[in-house]
Design a protein around this ligand. Sequence first.
Ligand SMILES: NC(=O)c1ccc[n+]([C@@H]2O[C@H](COP(=O)([O-])OP(=O)(O)OC[C@H]3O[C@@H](n4cnc5c(N)ncnc54)[C@H](O)[C@@H]3O)[C@@H](O)[C@H]2O)c1
Length: 438
Amino acid sequence: MEQLKSKVASADGKLAVLLPGMGAVATTFIAGVEAVKAGLGKPIGSLTQMAHVRLGRRSEKRWAMIKDLVPLARLEDLVFGGWDPIPDDAYTAAAKAKVLSPEHLAHLKPSLSQIRPMAAVFDKNVVKRLEGANVKKGTRRELANQLIQDIRGFMDRSKCTRAVMVWCASTEAYQEAGPEHQSIAAFEKALDADHPNIYPSQLYAYAAIMNGVPYLNGAPNMSCDFPALVELAEKRGVAIGGKDFKTGQTLMKTIIAPGLKARMLGMEGWFSTNILGNRDGEVLDDPANFKTKEVSKLSVLEQILEPERYPELYRNLQHKVSIHYYKPRGDNKEGWDNIDIVGWMGYPMQIKVNFLCRDSILAAPIVLDLALFGDLAARAGMKGIQEWLSFYFKSPQHAASVYPEHDLFVQKVRLENNLRYLVGEELLNYLGSDYTNE
Ligand SMILES: NC(=O)c1ccc[n+]([C@@H]2O[C@H](COP(=O)([O-])OP(=O)(O)OC[C@H]3O[C@@H](n4cnc5c(N)ncnc54)[C@H](O)[C@@H]3O)[C@@H](O)[C@H]2O)c1
């Protein structure tokens, strides 16, 4: 075990956590880490900070905390940076986002107010409902080069040995991969030609990969999930992953649907609607941006329920998802789900879920885990798409040859097995025959 463990480079030195988008999610994440460091809060929702993994056979009664099992960066070694077209420092942005209480934020003001966003690569055509003056100028090639310099400059100034980037910016307008996204050569050519189909998030992803920095996408827009950047990540040996943090309604869907399917209960419909009033909700109120989110949310049930394999149970499933921007609620989203299920002899039943959640409170621990696992992947020499991180995403990025895995519990086994594998521990298959035969 020790021998294998040494194959993962140690986590010594500081880690730059670079966040394009310093709004509600990013500032709740940063504030939370600072609060944990100061003993003012617990990192609830974070596997890297709280979860244990079982090791060996059940009879061995061996468990380890993930952070003790694999070498992860310590919270004390994280240095936060980022970009935003809105020039607010992290304290001001967090105060405006109103996720954390003023009393809570007051304690964190000294550290948060030091964090100021770098000028962003921003395109109003891609996110219409946003204004901001803290924006870079130049052609797409020049902008990409500026981002590459920003990353290097930040790492130098803050004396970081490594960096990881997690996209926490607004959801960009819906886009399908075009010819310019099909290969590195086509993408580079499009950069030189300042092609409008290269969206800002793709420039951040490109800059990260070119610097050898792992890139994880927390929003549903196409960012590193197209052939050109997958190829680039492979070639340069960089870990990438995405997309769309799995929080709120979709988290509930991937908890409930696998259970119903496991018991071979049928389903005729799943109606989801929610209200939220934060800036994310305002951006998603534009149909082009909502389309991006809708595609990401809709894909989940199909894959879990497999209607083609179980036509009697799921052939007629109607899945509807809507989001309503409703200002009074701010970040405290309320979601309603009505699930029409079918039991023995075709008798119908209904399940109602009314989830009063807090979007950024659910997303913040995901940002932390993705940053730490992204950095772990880099030190373990893992390159390209990191499917073992599917656990955290609504639309897990996957190899072209396979379908994405949406079932939260399969995703969890995969994540844990990946960690066991990295340190030479036996992989769990839950067969259990060794005990029965003993
Ligand atoms: N909170 C959740 O539960 C959750 C779940 C899944 C996905 N997401 C996604 O995470 C992202 C962040 O959510 P949020 O609630 O923090 O939104 P937010 O509006 O509070 O913050 C987004 C920030 O990104 C900035 N931004 C926009 N374009 C940018 C660019 N090109 N470069 C740099 N910054 C840019 C905005 O100015 C804003 O400050 C959204 O895309 C959202 O859809 C959130």
